[in-house]
Every structure is written in structure tokens, then in C-alpha cells.
Design a protein around this ligand. Structure first.
Ligand SMILES: [Zn+2]
Length: 294
């Protein structure tokens, strides 16, 4: 009886801790992955990278992340995603939900550059990378990889990393994402790099309400919830920056960034933060110089 009681208390605790049941969803066998009806194949595909990246980050940082991957249809998104996140924006919530879309959607389509309005060489590389089986450009292969960026947030959360600046917190997740694919699955790297490069070269300036790092810090919540296209543009800039950081310094920079961010328990002023990054690795110094000279 006593043992039954302990098990019951444990179950209640577990239920309270995670605070969620996923009644409408299907669980992928013996995994922490739940998916909407008809999304099983997508869940398997996305989990493949997430599980391998988790193993990679865990061995690099010696931290165990806690997350539940949800691969959702638009209807289930309304129930289980962040209420302010529009369908298609991948995100991680502090309770461990790592949420991604199961279907192509308006947000991805709206942010696909119009191939007849961009230079030929950009149109060609975009078509070569993202044309789907129906002959249309679809960004599914790009957005699917972003689950690994969100996994990065799960690691930051588990390690208790202080958010020095939102742009740095986000850029670091893109460094994790880029480093994982460059090191462990380079065949998929074009899916990750082509869209952000084309997007920032062709994004219509009139659709950008904000475009500086200062704006990103100051208006983060507004940008993330009310201006998703502008938010996507910032993320594209951080993808390009992350790729540059990796190309300049390889896997070492990821480790070095993790170490300096984890060893800093107080929020630094702008000058001290720049100093910390510049001293941490020559690749960061070069990337910051290049960013400032843009
Ligand atoms: Zn993020």
C-alpha cells in the first residue's frame, strides 16, 4: 500500500511538473515526441536530426536538456503552441515544449522570395535547393532544421545560461544549429544556408519596421509577436552570422561561446560584452568587425 501511494505521488508530481497531457496527439514509440494525425512521417524526419543533435550537444557541453517535441497541425497548434506564435514559427517554451509545424503554411510561403523579382543567380540557387515534388518552391526543408535551433534553447534553459542579450542568445542557437549540421550532417547544410542568404539580399525594405540590434533588444516581444516577417529577417541575419562564425573558427567557437556565456553570471554593459566576445575567439572578433562594417 505504501509503495502504491509513493507511485501515485510520483505520478502526480510528474504530471504537475510537465503540466501537459497531449490527448489529441500521437506519441512516437517510446520517445518524447508527439504528433498530429497524419504527421508521423514528418515527426520521424524532424526527430532524426533533433535526437542526433541532442547527443552531439550533450557530449560537447555535458548538460542534459529536457524537452518534448510537438509536431503540430494548424488545429493542434491552437491547443499546444504558444498562444502568440503564428502557425509555422518554431519555438521552445520553458515547460519543455519544443513546437514545430507539421505542414507548409502561409508564414513560410509569404517569406519565400518571389523568384521573378530577385536576381537570376539567387532565383536559380533557390529553385535548385527547395523545389518540392510538385515542382514548387517550399521552405519545409529549411524550417524542419530549425527544430535544432529550438533544441539549443532547451540546452540554454537546462544549463541556466544567462541571457546577456537576446540577439546573442538567438545567434548562439544558430551557431549550435550550424555547427551541428556542418560537423555531423553536411549534406543538409544547403537547406540551412541558402534561404537566409537569399532572403536578406532580397527582403523588401518597406516590410522591415526594425533593422538594428538595438531595436531587436528593445522591441523583442513586439517584433516576435506582432511582426513575424521582421522577426524572420532578424533570424536570417543571425543564420548568416552563425555560418560566418563557424566558417572562421569551426567547432571551437561554439565551445568557446558556451564557456564564456556560462561563466558570466552578471549582465555586462555593451563595451564589456563586446570585449568578452572579441577576446574569446578571433573568429568572433572578425565576425563582429564584419557586422559593424556592413
Ligand atoms: Zn530562438
Amino acid at each position: 500500500m505504501k509503495q502504491h501511494l509513493s507511485i501515485l505521488i510520483l505520478l502526480l508530481l510528474v504530471n504537475t511538473t510537465f503540466g501537459q497531457t497531449y490527448a489529441n496527439l500521437h506519441q512516437l514509440d517510446h520517445t518524447k515526441v508527439y504528433y498530429s494525425s497524419d504527421a508521423k512521417e514528418r515527426a520521424i524526419k524532424i526527430l532524426d536530426n533533433v535526437a542526433k543533435a541532442e547527443h552531439f550537444f550533450q557530449s560537447e557541453f555535458n548538460v542534459k536538456a529536457d524537452y518534448t517535441l510537438l509536431v503540430l497541425s494548424p488545429a493542434d497548434w491552437k491547443t499546444y503552441a504558444h498562444p502568440n506564435a503564428i502557425y509555422g514559427i518554431p519555438h521552445f517554451l520553458p515547460d519543455g515544449r519544443l513546437v514545430v509545424a507539421a505542414e507548409n503554411n502561409d508564414f513560410w510561403k509569404r517569406n519565400t522570395p518571389f523568384i521573378d523579382k530577385i536576381p537570376n543567380e539567387l532565383a536559380t540557387i533557390l529553385k535548385e535547393t527547395y523545389t518540392d515534388k510538385n515542382g514548387e518552391i517550399a521552405l519545409t526543408d529549411f524550417f524542419d532544421l530549425l527544430a535544432v535551433h529550438e533544441l539549443g534553447h532547451a540546452f540554454q534553459h537546462a544549463a541556466g545560461m544567462l541571457k546577456q542579450r537576446t540577439w546573442l542568445y538567438e545567434t548562439f542557437c544558430n551557431v549550435l544549429l550550424h555547427t551541428y549540421f556542418a560537423e555531423k550532417n553536411p549534406a543538409q547544410l544547403p537547406y540551412l544556408t541558402v534561404f537566409p542568404q537569399v532572403a536578406i539580399q532580397s527582403f523588401p525594405a518597406e516590410r522591415l519596421k526594425y533593422n538594428t540590434l538595438e531595436d531587436f533588444e528593445k522591441y523583442y516581444n513586439e517584433i516576435a509577436t506582432k511582426h513575424p516577417d521582421n522577426y524572420g529577417w532578424y533570424q536570417c541575419c543571425f543564420h548568416v552570422l552563425a555560418a560566418e562564425i563557424y566558417d572562421l573558427g569551426g567547432k571551437d567557437v561554439m565551445k568557446k561561446m558556451w564557456d564564456i556565456l556560462m561563466n558570466q553570471n552578471e549582465k555586462l554593459n555593451d563595451d564589456d560584452l563586446t570585449d568578452l566576445l572579441i577576446k574569446a575567439h578571433p573568429a568572433l572578433e572578425q565576425a563582429i568587425t564584419n557586422w559593424n562594417n556592413q
